[in-house]
Design a protein around this ligand. Sequence first.
Ligand code: ADP
Ligand code: MG
Length: 399
Amino acid sequence: MAVRKRTLRQVDFAGKRAFVRVDFNVPLRDGAITDDTRIRAAVPTLQAILAAGGSVVAASHLGRPKGKAVDALRLKPVAERLRALLPGVEVRYVTDVAGPEAAAAAAELRAGEVLLLENLRFEPGETENDKDLAARLAALADVFVEDAFGACHRAHASTAALPGLLKPAVAGLLLEREIEAFHRIMDVPRRPVVAVIGGAKVSDKLPVLQSLLQRAQVLLIGGGMAYTFLAAKGIEVGGSLLEEDRIDAARAVLAAALRARVRLLLPTDHVIADAFADDAAFRVVEGAIPKGWMGLDIGPATQHAYRLILAGAGTVVWNGPMGVFEMSAFREGTLTVARAVADSDAVSVVGGGDSVAAIAMAGVTERIGFVSTGGGAFLEMLEGKQLPGIAALDDAPAA
Ligand code: ADP
Ligand code: MG
């Protein structure tokens, strides 16, 4: 059972400065934000604190600057977007993470104002979970609020050491929803639980498959990782993605599924291509994949079978596209699964950067029960792990 965490609803912010760890790790092209979903997602938490009479010190990482200042990874464009999303709110931005400039700006903050710090990863201590950096960050505020679910699987200074120093340390509204969604699918799921797992590499997904064998009644496998499973069953996979060194591990998962009486389905037909390209020659094949061809999507019979199972699911968990959905010839399997999840009455949770992009492409995001903002964090939660960024928060007061 997941431990319940104290949330920002259980804190009085009047006259307090809240350090809010946000996930503003947005995609940039030529210095412009191409998708501001993550900034928008943090707005309710920021507004709740401001409305309660508090002020906000917001901090995020952006990209991988590796412990030094990199001009292209400054949070200036993020500050500008945040101003647009918080009309009427004073949003200050400093080009300093935890030095004197940040300290002075935090000291001057008044109720109702926001201060955005510079990219946390400009400080080498951030990824090292450095106590001194955490102490300097803690000195900027009175309360810690974690709202960066996508960073909670990292034991970094802002996610792990800091909430140990700055109390109370509570979950923001976005993180609270993530934790609740996992509670619904992990602790008290409606049966049958159907897990759809795809994506490129089986090596990324072995731990989650092992965990799902304990929780799901049906596993639907697709994507590039399916070919290592098919190879484990002695089926010819041609030039498809194959991780030879994981064939034994795949065979072990198949055996464990049999023992646990979990239905594990593999694709029975495939959209195959003669090259990894949008304009490759392609066709549908059942069973073995001929030499010189590679499987880039699940075929129509598999799509049909998966859709029927999803229609009868009580709970659906999905991570990983069924094919190379970035290319138009190989996206029908993924779009079909997306529509099937949306159409089903199941409690549904989808996570992973590419999976979330795929449901948006299918136009069904609004009809999915919960769309996680996590990639790595989503997988680790599904694996049943304790994430350091969540573990460090205060437990909920006893009911
Ligand atoms: P997520 O980001 O949702 O966790 P992954 O990153 O694990 O998903 O996997 C997504 C990637 O898997 C996509 O880039 C997709 O093109 C790739 N992929 C899916 N099926 C195949 C396939 N049959 N062959 C090669 N790559 C594939
Ligand atoms: Mg991905």
